[in-house]
Design a protein. Structure first.
Ligand code: FUB
Length: 453
């Protein structure tokens, strides 16, 4: 049972003098564990293809970097390599490092910086990593394959790209009868069967019919659910790409354009690129915006949100969130600025606008609040800690909205800069809770909150 905890502040004062002020954090000991959107915060990532291998999710994104006069074409996309990320619990993502670099691809232009949206599939214990890039001897893009024994690589590129394919954004779908199909884009969306070796086409490329003719489209991603084949793709209906889908009875179509999965990005990012998968009986949409680079949309960041279907198999529109997916451990740093909901006047700021990889905080005025859902209290926690910067003497209340109980109240002295504060907790019954932080008085910004045993 949770106890009412009014009066926790005086108890803190009795226990330890000034125990509420702990350590100035100075951004030391940063944990490279991210649970919310964007999923990766120490580098730019885009075009995420998520796959389930060996009960884990592996995400194969593009790796955006900044072009310079010496590297690529300034103001445009710049990508020289790929990393892969994995997670079992959707909240802790491991970067397995570089899995392929343009300089390792014999046929690729090693000044191309065009290692665009990839895919990876498993067949008979081998992992096939498909990637588009510029070849050294011809114009345009083509698609290569690199093969590995593990989902995290290493991957060895084939000596030549796939013959008879010109385009970008490879996607491979393996049907239940074992037949694999390669989809890609190049003005239209194309499909061809793959041979059992997964390295060569088994049929002539054909354009998928009945898709929108006006407005750029690219990034095909095909999946099957309950006998329905879904062809999903970004398409510019208005100003920037939105995610749309078409439904059909077979992997090669015909498909019928059915609806929109995600509207144009509210951040103005011109591209979006996605994948859809079922993991432990929940469907997820992986996609990208440009959270870490609001002024330049060629440095993007991957995200994920839950996706669901209507009874007739149509897809419910996904509204992008900052909270993202997964249940967070109460003991980890909960980046509360990646909120589930907030009051209208609560405002997000970068911790350091010169280095956006340092993340965000949320600024609250009196009566503002920020809510963060799905926090797993797996055991009893004795105290909570939060990183706060108050410009005036402030009072914060931490509430469990599931049972509407006040867990703690913290008083913060004004003008101390960013500091870590701590408050004792009542006995909290282990369960998953939704938390809300309310600023009862003053003016304060919050970076994160965590619970300690
Ligand atoms: O990342 C480069 C290109 O931008 C991708 O290949 C497209 O799908 C778009 O996201």
């Amino acid at each position: 049972m949770m106890k009412k905890t009014y009066g926790i502040l005086p108890r803190l004062f009795q226990r330890k003098q000034y125990s509420f002020i702990l350590i100035a954090t100075f951004m030391l000991g940063v944990q490279f564990i991210w649970a919310q959107n964007p999923l990766v915060r120490d580098q730019y990532t885009a075009d995420p293809t998520a796959r389930v291998f060996n009960d884990k999710i592996y995400v194969y994104p593009s790796h955006d970097i900044m072009c310079t006069e010496e590297k690529g074409r300034p103001g445009w996309f710049c990508m020289e390599d790929y990393h892969v990320f994995s997670s079992e619990n959707l909240t802790e993502w491991k970067d397995h490092g570089e899995i392929l670099n343009q300089k390792d691809v014999f046929w690729a232009d090693d000044e191309g910086y065009s290692m665009w949206a990839p895919d990876c599939v498993e067949k008979d214990g081998k992992y096939y990593f498909y990637f588009p890039t510029k070849p050294k001897d011809t114009e345009g893009f083509t698609i290569g394959v690199a093969v590995g024994d593990n989902p995290e690589g290493p991957f060895t590129p084939q000596e030549k790209p796939i013959a008879n394919v010109n385009g970008i954004d490879p996607n491979v779908f393996i049907d239940s009868d074992g037949q694999a199909y390669l989809y890609w884009s190049g003005r239209d969306i194309w499909v061809a069967k793959l041979k059992p070796n997964m390295l060569e086409l088994a049929s002539e490329p054909q354009i998928i019919a009945n898709l929108p003719q006006e407005g750029h489209k690219e990034g095909p991603f095909v999946f099957e659910r309950n006998g329905i084949y879904y062809l999903t793709y970004p398409h510019v209906e208005n100003k920037t790409e939105r995610l749309e889908y078409a439904m059909g009875d077979s992997p090669m179509g015909p498909f019928k354009v059915t609806g929109v999965i995600m509207d144009e990005s509210p951040t103005g990012c011109w591209t979006n690129h996605h994948s859809i998968l079922d993991y432990k009986d929940q469907w997820y949409l992986f996609y990208h915006h440009n959270d870490l680079s609001p002024d330049f949309d060629k440095n993007r960041s991957i995200r994920a949100d839950s996706l669901s279907f209507n009874a007739d198999g149509t897809i419910k529109k996904v509204i992008p969130t900052l909270r993202g997916i997964g249940i967070n451990k109460a003991s980890g740093k909960l980046q509360i600025d990646r909120y589930s909901a907030k009051s209208a006047n609560a405002v997000l700021h970068f911790n350091n606008s010169q280095n956006t990889f340092e993340g965000w905080n949320i600024a609250l005025n009196q009566n503002d609040w920020v809510q963060y859902n799905a926090v797993d209290f797996d055991k009893t926690y004795a105290s909570l800690a939060m990183r706060v910067n108050a410009t005036e003497k402030s009072q914060l209340q931490i509430v469990d909205t599931t049972k509407n109980t006040i867990l703690a109240e913290i008083e913060i002295p004004g003008n101390t800069g960013w500091l870590e504060y701590e408050a004792a907790l009542p006995q909290i019954e282990p369960a998953v809770y939704n938390l809300k932080v309310v600023l009862k008085a003053g003016e304060a910004s919050i970076d994160w909150i965590r619970f300690k045993s």
